[in-house]
Design a protein around this ligand. Structure first.
Ligand code: GTP
Ligand code: MG
Length: 224
């Protein structure tokens, strides 16, 4: 136990060093980067598929899809129109780390890209501790998961900039109160932004696209 704590600290500080390098490269490029986090199956890949279908002719997107096993999500994103999609298979690890992302970015041209989105491994705990050099984490809570999730997994909500309440179309079938999940999230992180949407019906998707475009513009502006 006495030995374990410094080792963990060392791993995290090495991670932070690499994340800092990624952040600095992306800052120079004025390239917005988002780290999508959630429990498994909250709708991350589905939202990315819809986003590609709606915006890939207007925005050049670089996508990284992390999973413990399979490159299924990456294949889905290519099918939805992604032209710059990179799978990362962690083969057991419950989160992406900065080194994994850096290896992909080292072999990827980011010239002219508008947006980098990293879909993390589905897990509401471990990915919260690993900075990937992103501008912000986007945490998903689908309405089937329960409106208490921010209180039970506070680390993730504390470190996220935006909460997406997903699968809104299923609300009539679930005991889930949107006002309560927002209140719970803001108890943990008063500044967290919120978008409610359904990738299935399209409800709320325009707000997500507006949010993306505004943040892309702000990042580019800051680099000038
Ligand atoms: N009803 C409904 N189902 C959805 C919606 N979005 C996603 N789903 C379904 O939820 C399931 C999981 O969706 P994914 O997009 O694969 O979820 P994910 O977060 O990428 O999953 P992992 O990568 O495994 O963590 C699929 O069966 C989707 O069709 C939605 O807005 N409404
Ligand atoms: Mg996925």
């Amino acid at each position: 136990m006495v030995k374990k704590i410094p080792v963990e600290k060392k791993v995290l500080s090495e991670n932070d060093r690499i994340a800092g390098e990624i952040r600095s490269r992306l800052k120079d490029l004025g390239l917005l980067s988002l780290n999508l986090v959630s429990s498994p199956g909250s709708g991350k890949t589905t939202l990315l598929e819809k986003t590609l279908e709606a915006l890939s002719d207007k925005l050049k997107m670089v996508l990284i899809a992390g999973d413990v096993q399979t490159d299924n999500d990456a294949a889905r994103l290519v099918k939805a129109g992604g032209t710059d999609v990179h799978p990362i298979m962690t083969r057991g690890a419950c989160h992406l780390d900065a080194n994994m992302v850096n290896k992909v970015l080292a072999e990827t041209s980011l010239d002219g890209a508008d947006l980098l989105i990293i879909e993390n491994v589905g897990n509401l705990v471990c990915p919260s501790s690993y900075d990937l050099g992103e501008d912000g984490k986007v945490v998903f809570v689908s309405v089937t998961e329960g409106d208490d999730k921010p209180l039970k997994y506070p680390g993730m909500f504390r470190r996220s900039s935006l909460m997406i309440v997903s699968k809104l179309d299923l609300l009539p079938h679930c005991q889930f109160d949107v006002a309560t999940v927002i209140e719970n999230a803001r108890t943990i992180n008063n500044d967290i932004e919120v978008i409610q949407l359904s990738s299935l019906t399209g409800d709320g998707m325009d707000e997500w696209y507006r949010w993306l475009k505004q943040n892309i513009q702000d990042k580019k502006q800051a680099a000038k």
